[in-house]
Structure formats: C-alpha cells, structure tokens
Design a binder for this molecule. Structure first.
Ligand SMILES: C[S@@+](CC[C@H](N)C(=O)[O-])C[C@H]1O[C@@H](n2cnc3c(N)ncnc32)[C@H](O)[C@@H]1O
Length: 200
C-alpha cells in the first residue's frame, strides 16, 4: 500500500475530493473567496463549459492570479466585489454549491482576511442562492486571532442551520499544537423550510 505523505488530507484537498463526486457538469457554482484561484479552477473543471462559475474577491491581485489559472475557461465570471454582493449576480435557489475558503492569502497581507461580520452576512445570502439539496462549504482557520473568532461564530451559525432541516458535518485534524483548520459542509434540505430563505 502506498501512503500519501499528506494523509489524512487537509481540508482544502478533502473538500475537493468530496465535491468532485457530487458537482455535475452544467451547474452554477459560486466561489465566494477566489484567492489565487485553486478552488475556482477546480470548480470550473467540475461544471465544464456548459456550467457557470461566479468567483468573488476583494483583492485585485488575487483576482489577477486566479484569472491566469483559468484563462482558457470562459465560463468563469470574476467579480472584484465582496461576497456580500453575490446576490447581485445569481437568482434565488439557482446555485448547486457556494464555497468559502476563509482567511487570507498565504504569504500576503494578513489584514486582508475575511471578517466574521461580513462572512456571516454572505453565508446567509448563500443559503438563499442555493437550490434545495445544494451545498454550502466553508473552511475555517482558527489558528490566527481574527480566524479564531470567525471560526467560532461560523460554526455556531451553521449548527443552527440543522434546526432548519440542513444536514451539517465538520472535518478537521485533532491533537495539533495550534487549532487546525476545519471544513464545514452543509446540505440544504430538499423541501426548503428555512426562514432565512428570503431576499437579503
Ligand atoms: C484563503 S484565501 C482563498 C483561497 C482560494 N480559494 C484559492 O483557492 O486560492 C481567502 C481569500 O478571501 C478573500 N476575501 C477576504 N474578504 C473577502 C470578502 N469580503 N469577499 C470576498 N473575498 C474576500 C481574500 O482576499 C483572500 O484572497
């Protein structure tokens, strides 16, 4: 048996392994934090030319890097906007997936990190854009100060979604020196009972 040196997979790899099996070609999917475009490129590959990827970031430098990564994939639309504006580009219950990879760009300005307050606004908007059965995916980074608060608040908010019929799971390493990044995955119930499913 050949063991991968990065096993068990990190949340960034794990989420792609999980989503690859469920995202269909032709779907509309949203990358709420495009960054360097690794996830954007993955999503563009999953949905193919008959699909559509909307990708958001507040940093022009990040978007420039992400654009280069998917330059051949004309079905990706980039928006230099906060993810709190994503409802301006997609209709209610139209998306199969909204993906958040929180935090800051590795090696870049740590002040340009996602912020709890706007992240929560964007997450609520994402719930309205997802179709029944659609997936909300969030990677949290509790190992830095802003990320620690954000991780607690995001996890608490996602836990509440279960009361509205969503199925929620959490994956992450344990026994690490610093709190490890973790992945939260939520599937919207097929019959939407969510009181949050209104226009933001
Ligand atoms: C961890 S990085 C994302 C990594 C990316 N998914 C990839 O595959 O390379 C987080 C990104 O979120 C962006 N960001 C921070 N606040 C944001 C906001 N309000 N709206 C959209 N993007 C934001 C940062 O600029 C940063 O590029």
């Amino acid at each position: 048996m050949k063991i991968d040196p990065i096993f068990p997979p990190r949340p960034t790899a794990l989420v792609q392994n999980i989503l690859r099996a469920v995202i269909r070609s032709g779907a509309l999917v949203i990358d709420a934090t495009a960054g360097n475009g690794h996830d954007t490129a993955f999503l563009a590959d999953c949905v193919g030319p008959s699909g559509r990827v909307l990708a958001f970031d507040i940093q022009e430098e990040a978007l420039a890097s992400a654009r280069t990564r998917v330059s051949e994939m004309g079905w990706v639309e980039f928006h230099h906007q906060s993810h709190t504006e994503m409802h301006l580009h997609a209709t209610l219950e139209s998306a199969a997936l909204v993906m958040f990879n929180l935090g800051y760009l590795p090696g870049e300005n740590h002040d340009l990190t996602t912020q709890s307050a706007s992240t929560l606004v964007a997450l609520k908007i994402a719930t309205t854009l997802l179709m029944p059965g659609g997936i909300l995916s969030v990677i949290c980074y509790p190992g830095h100060p802003a990320g620690a608060t954000e991780a607690v608040e995001v996890e608490a908010w996602m836990t509440m979604l279960s009361e509205e019929g969503w199925r929620i799971t959490k994956y992450g390493a344990i026994g690490t020196r610093r709190p490890a990044p973790f992945l939260l995955l939520a599937a919207k119930s097929l019959a939407d009972q969510s009181p949050t499913a209104t226009t933001p």
